[in-house]
Design a protein around this ligand. Sequence first.
Ligand code: ADP
Length: 435
Amino acid sequence: MAVAFNLSPAGLLGLAVVLGAAITVLVSGQARGSNDVADISAAADGPRAAEAPPFMKMLEVVPDPILVITGQDPDDLIDRRFIFANAAARDLFRITRDSGPLATAVRAPEVLEAVDEALFGKVTGEAVYQPGGAQDRVWRALAQPLPADGGDGRLALLFLRDETEVRRAERTRADFLANASHELRTPLASLAGFIETLRGHARQDEAARDKFLAIMQIQAERMRRLIEDLMSLSRIELNEHVPPLGRVDIGLAAIDVLDALGPIAAERCVSFKPSLPPRGVAVIAGDRDQILQVVQNLLENALKYSPTRGEVALDVRLDLDVAQAGAPRTPGAAYLSLLTPDHAAGLRYVALTVRDAGPGIAREHLPRLTERFYRVEGQKSGGERSGTGLGLAIVKHIMNRHRGGLMVESVEGAGAAFTAYFPVSPRIPVAVPGS
Ligand code: ADP
């Protein structure tokens, strides 16, 4: 029987009580010199072992490390012994036996202190355990006093929970807030500086005033874009697990965005080269506003990085399987899947590719493109329209909600191409990613 426990700290108490009976057997097993968990569990299960779940075997397969520890003398450090260690505990502490001196298994002083609190202070001890090493995992160790029947020894249960992912998520959130504030602080500081200058020595200088006001307008515009992007990212994240309900014609959505960006393209002397299917054939299940945003973010980037008189191609392809949709199409290009759909077997896809003839993106930057606030250093993007670094993060989240994929291709010095592909009918609910 495969049993997957997920014990809350509160649940520890319950486990502690249930463990009581088994512990009594364990301790007497120890007194008899038996170290065999199977023996002990058979004894603990008693005559009903055939029909009842074998208790110690259940503990053995709990995915969180669990140890049962005895101790008699608070002043004698070597008298702490573990009398049970499940498979996860043996794996974590690299021990081959399921009983022995505690110090041979656990060396972290803070964990040993927590155990002592449970053994001799009769309170729950808590510690953070970081074994180090390449995996860099973080564990929370909880030591709980256990009722010990008979004898003068004391008992404690040491339970560890892997908190690596939770902490990583916390750090990501904190980094995100720090980044967002930093990004907003820079234009704000610049605005405040210019206001001061205009009220001070530039007050009578008309030429300087015009110049400063123009810069201030750019900074204010930048702040507006940042706030808009942040708001839209948080809106998208909120409903990322809700599959979109509408029907969207990708070809028509592309035409709408091309029309809207026409004036900017003309201003930059960049021409669009669309290759779109007829109306009504590239229809997918989707959220129209979000799909417009995907096309707009990709086209805006292509425009931003295009040389003057450059060309931005946009094509939509139909009826592809997942491998075709996510395959590179530029010979010799560096390419990377930035998002690969799960459970894609059997689905057909519509793929939209935006291709420019700009500087491209060096291979080493490709994996980080969809990170929030990531911008390729030293890249010129037309000065005043410098980006927020959130555009591709937004695209990735929208594509995830649509159970689609995202792929980038790049030839340094010759251009970049981004392909967003959508399943024609996403049947499976969307999983929310960690990042
Ligand atoms: P931004 O708002 O800065 O454009 P994005 O998330 O859209 O943010 O893009 C992240 C970074 O990826 C950009 O800052 C740029 O360095 C790089 N990038 C995106 N699209 C292109 C492109 N078409 N050509 C070259 N570099 C690009």
